[in-house]
Every structure is written in structure tokens, then in C-alpha cells.
Design a protein around this ligand. Structure first.
Ligand SMILES: *Cc1c(COP(=O)(O)O)cnc(C)c1O
Length: 223
């Protein structure tokens, strides 16, 4: 590990963000030592993709880290992170919301989630279809998921060199976020966040109005 290089890359990323945009440092496959080095620079928001990896790392690191779960989450893995997770970015099915709600209740807490929307021209990315989001929220009785707080939307753009396409996908997600908020549902009192942008497409995401970005490689180096 190279602490000076880490500090330099971290500040470069962080200083380029508009005010009010949260930087989630994506620490999947990074060691506890690397995460601690970034923590020691004052960083507190970390993103992980794999439930068991997160479960194993969390007790080895300071308690005031806010752990974001950003990967695809299988229902049978929710139990590993329900007691402590700060925000689940990738809620992508009703079954997963049911499980998150159940495990949140068991842990005596509320779990904050973002609904993941499938915006990429790729089969491999998870998420609800854009047209499913409004019906999901409109048709949900308030008591169905009362241990979940819906905090906004998350999306991953296509992995392509075509910047215009990436921009269009992120603009589409931002427009969906606005139109969902315009429904004015009580369920949406906290629906403020838009998690979009990673190392390769940060500028396009920020231009479209991200409130949170998930950055790994530009901070920690290549995985
Ligand atoms: C790995 C990952 C990131 C970070 O990717 P980098 O290219 O390393 O910045 C962001 N979001 C999700 C969902 C990821 O899986």
C-alpha cells in the first residue's frame, strides 16, 4: 500500500465534487488496511458489493463507518448486513424489499434504501424497469414496508465509450426521480437521493445531477 498516493488520489476526487455530493468510496476487494488508511484521512462513507465480505470486514473497522451496500443483494444474504448497513443502494425487487423490511424489524431499526433502476443497454445490470417505479410506490400501502425508508434512486449507465449515451441514461434517471417526487406521496418524504456515477463516468453523472457517487478505482487504484 502507498498511503501518500492514496491521499493524493482521494483529495483529487473529493475536491472535484460539487458541494453537497456525497462520495462513497467503493472498497470491495480492498483490504482492511487500505480502508483504515482512507478512514484516517477522515473518510467515513464506504461502499461494498459482497455481503460476506462486508460482514467479515465490518467488525474489524471503526464503528462510525457508514457502510453502503452497492451490489446486487440476494434475499438470503440480507441478514449479514441488516444490523448495521447505512444505505442499500441496489434494492431491485419486491421480494428483496420484503426481506429487508423483515430483517430491519428483527434488528429493531429502519433500513434506508434506494431503488435500483435498470437504465443501461445491457442485460447484465440489475434493477427495476423505469416504468415499474411509480406503480410500485403508488400501489404500496404505507404499512407494507414500514421498516424501510425510501431515499431515492440508483442506476448504472452502460459501460461504453459513447459519452452521449451515458449522459442520456443518467439524464433519464434524473428525470424519473423528479417525476416520482412530483407524485407527492407520503412514502416519498425522504426521496432525495440520486446515486449515480463511478470512476469511469463521473462527469456525465454529476452533470445529470447526482447527489451521491460511488468511486473505487480513482481512489484506491486498479482492482
Ligand atoms: C465497483 C462498483 C463501483 C465503483 O467502480 P469504480 O470503477 O472502481 O469506480 C460503483 N458502483 C458499483 C455498483 C460497483 O459495483
Amino acid at each position: 500500500m502507498d498511503p501518500a498516493g492514496l491521499a493524493q488520489r482521494y483529495h483529487k476526487v473529493k475536491d472535484a465534487l460539487p458541494q453537497g455530493v456525497l462520495l462513497v468510496a467503493v472498497s470491495k476487494k480492498r483490504t482492511v488496511e487500505e480502508i483504515k488508511a482512507l478512514y484516517d484521512l477522515g473518510h467515513r462513507d464506504f461502499g461494498e458489493n459482497y455481503p460476506q465480505e462486508l460482514r467479515d470486514k465490518q467488525p474489524q473497522l471503526p464503528e462510525d463507518i457508514r457502510w453502503h451496500f452497492i451490489g446486487h443483494l440476494q434475499s438470503n444474504k440480507v441478514k449479514y448486513l441488516a444490523p448495521f448497513v447505512h444505505l442499500v443502494h441496489g434494492a431491485d425487487s419486491r421480494a428483496l424489499l420484503d426481506e429487508l423490511d423483515k430483517r430491519a424489524a428483527q434488528a429493531g431499526r429502519t433500513i434506508d434504501v434506494l431503488l435500483q433502476v435498470h437504465i443501461a443497454q445491457e442485460e447484465t445490470k440489475h434493477g427495476f424497469s423505469p416504468e415499474d417505479i411509480a406503480p410500485l410506490l403508488v400501489e404500496t400501502p404505507l404499512e407494507r414496508w414500514k421498516n424501510i425508508r425510501f431515499c431515492g434512486l440508483m442506476g448504472m449507465a452502460s459501460n461504453t465509450e459513447d459519452n452521449a449515451q451515458v449522459e442520456a441514461e443518467y439524464n433519464g434517471l434524473a428525470a424519473l426521480h423528479r417525476s416520482v417526487n412530483a407524485l407527492g406521496l407520503p412514502l416519498l418524504a425522504h426521496f432525495t437521493e440520486l446515486s449515480m456515477g463511478m470512476s469511469g463516468d463521473l462527469d456525465q453523472a454529476l452533470a445529470a445531477g447526482s447527489t451521491m457517487v460511488r468511486v473505487g478505482t480513482s481512489i484506491f487504484g486498479p482492482r
